[in-house]
Structure formats: C-alpha cells, structure tokens
Design a protein around this ligand. Structure first.
Ligand code: DQQ
Length: 643
C-alpha cells in the first residue's frame, strides 16, 4: 500500500499550510440539520444587512443591479468585503475548463449563421436554457424524482462564477429546470461552488459534500443538505455553518484538493469519502473517515495512486456486481463484487477507469491488471467527455453514469450561440462478464420512450469501397442499432498493422466500415462511426471502434480529431454499434457499450432536413453485411418549473 512517505520520494511536498477561518464548533453526530439552522439565520441577518452595501458595490463594479427575480433570490452576499471577481479565473483557480483553443494558425472565425447555431442545440440531451455548464454534480433519486445538479455559470457562456444548477426528472429524459441550488455566497466557496457528490444515509438524510474555492483560492470541502427532506424537489439547500469540513492537508497544494465522492460505509461502520489530488506528477485519491460528515480523519495512506497521471479530478468509486446486471449501493462489498475506480485527468482532460478489488479494512484498492491501471489503461469514453459521475438509482436498482460533453469550438463561438456544453444521455453501468476486463455502458432504457417511426434494413451487402444511402431524411434525432457481419475467411495475413483509428478516408484491408451520420447529400460533410480490423504489433487481431470528425464540418475553427479506442470482439460475435444522434451530439456505443465515443460536431450543411444517414465499407479486402434498425427520436420535454 503506498504510504504518504512513499509518495514523497518523487520529490519534496509542496509547502502548503492553510489555516482557514473556522466556523462554529462542529455539532455532534446526527445533529447536522438542527444545529446548523441557527447560524444560517444569523448568516441571513448578516447577508441582509450587507445587501444594500453589496448592491452598491455591484452597481459600481458592473454598472447594473442584479437582473432577474431568480438572480435576486440568490444574490451574492459577500462575507469577505473587498473580493472582486477577476475577469478570467481558470488559471488563478487551478482548473482549466475549455481544452479546445483556436490554434495560432490564423484561421478566420467561421461565418456562422443563426440557423446553423440554432440547429446545434440538442433535442433530447440535458442542457440549460443558456450559458455555460460543466460537470454533473450530486445526482440522486429522491421521492420519485431524479435530481441532477451541474456546474453552471449563470452569467455567460464561458466558465466562471460557478454555481450549482439544478434540474429534476421523473424518468431521466424529460426535465424541469429548478432555481439554482447553491451559489458562491460564502467565504468558503466565494470563488465557486465546485464539484461534489450526494450521499443518502440509511435514515433518509441527504448530505452533499462539495468543493468550495475560497475567497483566497484555496480548495476546501464543504457540507450542504436539504432544508426540507419532505420536499420531493429539494428546492432549498443549507450550507453547514461550520464549513469547511475539510481543508487541504499541509503537504497537499492548496489548489490540488477537490471533488469529493459519494460516501460509503466500511466494515468498521464509519463512512469514507475520497478526494482527488496529486503529489508532484502522481495522481492520488485521499481517503477520509467520518461518522457524522462534519468531523473527518484522514487515513494515513491513499486509496490508490498512479505515477505520471497528474491531478485526479472528479474521482468516482463504486462497486459492481460480477454475477448479474443489477447495480449496487455504493457501500456494497463482498463476494461477487469488484470495485471501479475512475479519475478525470486534469492533464489531458480524459476520464479513465480500472476494475479492481477494494479492501475495506485496509482502505486500499488494487487494480486487477496493473498494466490497465487508472489513467494508463481504459477510458470511460474516447471522445469529448469528462468529469463523469455515477449514482446508485435505488428506485430501479441500477448504477447510472452521467458525463459532461464539452465544446470543441472557440469561446467566441460559444458566446455567439449563448450556451456551452451538454450532458450525455445517462448510461447504465454493468460489469462485462464475457470479457471480464471492462465495464459496459448503455443508454438508460427510458430513451426508448422517445422512439417513433422505425425503419429496418436487413442484410445490406457492402462490397469493398461502397457507400449506401439509407434514405433517412431529417436524420438529426436518431437511435440507430447496427450489426455488421464480416467474412472472416478474408481476415488473413494481409491485414494492416494498425495502432490507432487512422481516418475513415484511408482504406485498409479490413476497415473502416460502419455508418456515416450527419451527412449531406453530396457527402461534403459527414461523420463516420466505424470499426477497423487490423493486426497488433505482435500479429494478433485487434479491433478499433472510432468516430472521425475530420470531415464533420466545413468550418475551420473547430476541433477535427479522430476519436477511438480498442474494442473487444469475441469469437463468434458480429460487430455491433448503437449510435444516438442528437443534432450536434453523436454518442456511439461499440459492442454493447464496451467502448464508447461521444462527439460534439458542428456541421454547416448536414443540418435540418439535409441531414442524412449512410452505410459505408471503405475496406479493400473485406465483404461486410449490415443490418440496421433506425428510430427517429422525439424531442424531450425540458422546460422551467413551474410551467
Ligand atoms: N470542474 C470543477 C472542479 C473540477 C473540474 C470546477 C472538473 O471541481 O475539478 O468547475 O471539470
């Protein structure tokens, strides 16, 4: 087990001691709600008396008063006079949110029309009405409603002023936007109410632990809870008056301590929470024990550490059943259970996971295969996807995964269209007991409720070099299920040795073949989602699952990567993919969700009625037979509450 002194061998710890301005003495176990109400009232009085002064300050700084009734209700009450929010804060705050920047090659901004930009908005994915969104936070199910919180900037389409947006749904598809749940209004989250997770205690109490970026840019963990548990919509949230409940250990840098997980109970009856961090270049997951969520003890070793992976953001840690498809409560452990550890790597903005064993007595997690450890092995999704988080849906007995789909255009374009980012369709996560080496991700079954007119194609023969128009018009909201049977006798020694997805235009002996989504009639814009069969360097067969954005748009100021990863295809299996198309979002699930790729694309021609769907086989030496089921998907009902 790696101790902190082992980790220190990589170099000296960063000097970091932080003495926060402490709140009242933490309450006894089980008294969170009652004890903290009075300080909240006091806080309210202070806030109210500061309001006039704050309004004056805001008026002077921004030249205008708070704008809407909703914003007035959540107007900021600066407890630390003199705090003035800088214009761009990502660097100062130790996070970087927009990974795509326009290169310095002098590309002109593309002349987007309003129609093009309006078309990009999704129809059945969750996104706010306007402005910036990033990580999903604290998902949970309570009294018949699914709750989704999310990192949100109420002021603009770029990251900043991070608050918790809040929406609820009966079915994870149709959503009601609720008022902001938590805003940065206290010294312990003055620079942002950052990512956190919810835990439902056995007595029904809900606690949220979230990262606050303090008034002096220190990352701390704070406690919040619903003001009224009997409210199914959980409209009011109370920040514990004794916040922060956790400050960075003195050997952790002040900006490397964030994103607490859902808590789980260990064999000693104490709750555990893990928080992501790093020591030099080693990504780590700290573990804290608590009985009451206000007082914590740092375990003297990490849950896990992987050298070279850098800062671990948004760690997620959950049990998974190896014997059945049912999801497990986060505290479950024992025979037939493995544990998944996921980290979002700040250095490359990708989510990685590994499957392993959790020893609840020692509080360490060990990967099944050290070569596929967290951050160096499997990715949750090989596309534009980050900061994912699961929750146990106790209503349907399943583990559900949310993920943030960021933009791959420029900040200027985001401001032009007035919004940035989308959440994935929630996915059910199970263990793949056919391979034994990976998880499976699959869109929640509720997506099927959006399906309308179904079109099916059976046994479409795709000779090498063919492109087949499936004559689906208005192909912007689709659920596609495709199966490809290949002539295995052709998979012989002439196969290419491939190390990545290449681009779909380059022909190999046994690939690429698959679908062309969001394609215009003339094939000037198209997004291939495909398989590519090749040889690994050791001569064995390998299979790639890919999405190629290089020809998705004629716009020049957006990212045009080819995404993809290896996908296990077992003996006797055909190649299968499910693809959800929702305007500018393409979510692709290879081999039942063994490998997933999410893309944000920006077509200019393949939009509205011009968006079409094709099959293709660009292999030179492989015959492929395709069968495809296609459903148009209706739009989800996503609107503010009350109606
Ligand atoms: N986003 C949050 C942080 C987290 C990062 C800030 C990941 O808590 O580390 O908006 O995208």
């Amino acid at each position: 087990m790696p101790s902190y002194s082992d980790l220190e061998e990589n170099g000296p710890f960063l000097p970091a001691s932080y003495t926060p301005l402490r709140g009242p003495t933490p309450p006894e176990s089980g008294h969170i709600q009652a004890i903290s109400r009075r300080p909240i009232k006091v806080f309210g009085v202070i806030a109210a008396s500061c309001l006039f002064l704050a309004s004056l300050v805001l008026l002077i700084i921004y030249g205008q008063p708070p704008q809407s009734p909703a914003e007035t209700a959540h107007s900021r009450s600066p407890l630390s006079p003199g705090n003035v929010r800088p214009a761009s804060m990502e660097e100062a705050q130790g996070v970087s949110q927009k990974s795509f920047r326009r290169s310095s090659d002098g590309n002109e901004t593309y002349p987007w029309t309003n129609a093009m930009l309006a078309w990009q908005r999704t129809a059945y994915h969750f996104q706010p009405v306007k402005n910036w969104m990033n990580d999903p936070d604290g998902p949970l199910h309570h009294l018949g409603w699914y709750h989704l919180f999310y990192q949100y900037n109420p002021d603009s389409a770029v990251w900043g002023n991070i608050t918790w947006g809040h929406a609820v749904s009966r079915d994870l598809i149709h959503w009601l936007y609720l008022p902001l749940a938590m805003v940065p209004d206290s010294w312990f989250d003055w620079n942002g109410v950052w990512t956190g997770s919810a835990t439902i205690l056995p007595n029904g109490q809900i606690v949220i632990i979230y990262t606050g970026d303090t008034d002096n840019y220190v990352q701390v963990q704070n406690l919040a809870y619903p003001a009224n548990l009997s409210d199914p919509l959980l409209l009011e949230w109370v920040k514990y008056a004794g916040n922060p409940v956790l400050t960075p250990p003195e050997w952790i840098a002040l900006k490397d301590f964030r994103d607490p997980t859902t808590a789980w109970i260990g064999p000693d009856g104490l709750w555990r929470v893990t928080v992501g961090s790093k020591i030099n270049k080693t990504g780590i997951s700290l573990v804290y024990k608590t009985s009451n969520f206000t007082d914590y003890e740092l375990v003297d070793h990490v849950l896990h550490a992987v050298p070279g992976t850098g800062m671990w953001e948004c760690v997620d840690f959950f049990p998974i059943s190896t014997t059945g498809p049912n999801g497990l409560d986060t505290s479950a452990n024992g025979p037939g259970i493995k544990h998944v550890l996921k980290a979002s790597l700040d250095d490359n903005k990708h989510d990685y996971y590994a499957i392993g064993t959790y020893d609840g007595v020692k509080d360490i997690w060990t990967p099944d295969d050290p070569k596929l450890d967290v951050g160096i092995g499997l990715r949750v999704d090989y596309g534009k996807y980050y900061a994912s988080k699961t929750f146990y849906d106790q209503d349907k007995g399943r583990r559900v995964l949310w993920g943030w789909i960021g933009e791959t255009d420029t900040d200027d374009d985001d401001e032009l269209k007035g919004w940035a980012s989308v959440q994935t369709i929630p996915r059910v996560v199970t263990f793949d007991n056919k391979t034994g080496t990976n998880i499976l991700q699959w869109p929640v079954e509720e997506v099927k409720s959006l399906r309308s007119n179904n079109t099916e194609f059976d046994d479409v023969f795709l000779e090498p070099g063919s492109v087949v128009d499936l004559n689906i018009s208005s192909a912007a909201q689709l659920d596609i299920s495709a199966e490809f049977e290949v002539d295995t006798t052709q998979l012989n020694a002439t196969l290419d040795e491939i190390k990545n997805c290449s681009v779909a235009a380059l022909r190999g002996a046994a690939g690429p073949f698959g679908l062309l989504v969001l394609t215009d009639e003339s094939l000037s814009e198209l997004t291939p989602v495909y398989f590519y069969i090749g040889k690994a360097t050791d001569g064995t067969l390998n299979h790639w699952f890919c999405t190629d954005k290089s020809r998705s748009t004629e716009a020049n100021d957006v990212d045009k990567q080819v995404y993809g990863g290896l996908v296990p295809v077992l003996d006797g299996e055909n190649f299968t993919m499910r693809v959800l198309v929702d305007h500018s979002i393409v979510e692709a699930f290879g081999q039942g969700g063994r490998t997933c790729i999410t893309s944000r694309i920006y077509p200019t021609r393949a939009i509205f009625r011009a968006a079409k769907l094709f099959l293709f086989n660009n292999a030179t030496d492989l015959n492929v037979t395709a069968s495809v089921k296609i459903w148009h998907l209706n739009s989800a009902d996503i609107h503010p509450f009350p109606l």
